[in-house]
Ligand binder design. Structure first.
Ligand code: TRP
Ligand code: ZN
Length: 313
């Protein structure tokens, strides 16, 4: 299944179109409407990461499934969304004898027969705070949702954001969510965008090679800022997009690398250190707020918002 979109070429083209519209409205022409995606302030994304770090620190050093730090993380995200006008739902499940939670946030409006979803796993491993894995994706998805509210964006399609529990135990929360969808509700999801590890300290810029429309949308964003990307190959199917893909839902996403080693060619085009892992703190206690590359987090957050805007417009 392919996600259809009335696409514009690049981020640069959108910027150019907005510039032209501004000019013509100065000249007195009727203002046309181009819903350009906003820039996501990376400082806001980092403020969410600081909160997730504090939550881990106050809860035994982690935000893992079945631990108090997980539920506190979920409560933090849910409160922000409720205050911004989202309709939020907490879905409970059980894994390993402990209660897990998914958080689903619907933005009122749009065609509920065409749902664009963006999601990330909110749980960490027990070894650490999980700030790159996956505070990064969770904070960026949250900030994109808050940007939708700030813009009072009213796209043609319906927007839904999700934070999954127990990904680290085998994508338990996202599998549960997909398994509970009726056939009709499943068919209403036009696409699912996944964000797991998008601020790796020695980053690569990887785009999932699944649905071609979603993949091209991310590539267009990166082309617009002059940054080259590669296809994501570090364990395809190792995150929450897998259950959606298995159910026939178009999927895509971004990734900045886990424990694979950056090659000399990759360091030449992206900077960083060849011969070192993209994230040397992957699944360990040093995955703290120090374990984030701000440039990667910034670019991936902006690319996320760009794709949400483009694919739902
Ligand atoms: N999902 C993995 C984790 O949370 C990380 C990971 C490995 C990953 N390979 C990936 C995420 C590819 C996205 C895409 O531990
Ligand atoms: Zn992980």
């Amino acid at each position: 299944m392919k996600l259809s979109v009335t696409g514009r070429a690049t981020a640069a083209a959108v910027v150019a179109a907005v510039t032209l519209l501004t000019t013509s409205s100065i000249a007195g022409a009727a203002p046309a409407r181009v819903a350009a995606a906003p820039n996501i302030p990376v400082a806001n994304v980092k403020a969410h990461l600081a909160q997730l770090q504090s939550i881990a620190t106050a809860n035994g050093g982690n935000r893992a499934h079945g631990r108090t730090g997980y539920k506190a993380s979920l409560d933090y995200v849910q409160a922000k969304l409720n205050a911004a006008g989202f309709t939020t739902t907490v879905q409970q499940f059980t894994s390993g004898g402990r209660t897990g939670y998914n958080l689903i946030a619907d933005w009122p409006g749009g065609d509920t027969g065409q749902v664009v979803m963006a999601g990330s796993h909110l749980d960490s491993v027990t070894a650490g705070a999980g700030i790159n894995d996956n505070g990064s994706g969770s904070a960026a998805v949250l900030e994109a949702a808050l940007a939708v509210s700030r813009a009072q964006y009213q796209p043609t399609k319906h927007l839904r954001f999700a934070w999954w529990g127990a990904e680290e135990l085998g994508m338990v929360g996202s599998r549960y969510y997909v398994s509970r969808l009726s056939t009709t509700d499943r068919s209403r999801i036009s696409g699912y965008l996944n964000f797991d590890m998008i601020g790796s300290p020695n980053p690569g810029y990887f785009v999932y090679d699944d649905d071609p429309t979603i993949e091209k949308t991310f590539q267009a964003y990166y082309a617009g800022i002059g940054v080259s990307t590669e296809i994501e190959t570090e364990g395809d199917g190792r995150s929450d997009h897998a259950p959606f893909d298995s159910a026939g839902i178009p999927v895509g996403g971004l990734f900045s690398g886990a424990d694979y080693i950056k090659t000399a060619a990759q360091a030449a085009k992206w900077g960083g250190t060849a011969g070192l892992a993209f994230d040397r703190c992957y699944h360990s206690s040093c995955d703290t707020t120090s374990n984030i590359n701000d440039t990667a987090l910034d670019r991936n957050s902006d690319a996320l918002a760009y794709a949400v805007w483009e694919l739902s417009s």
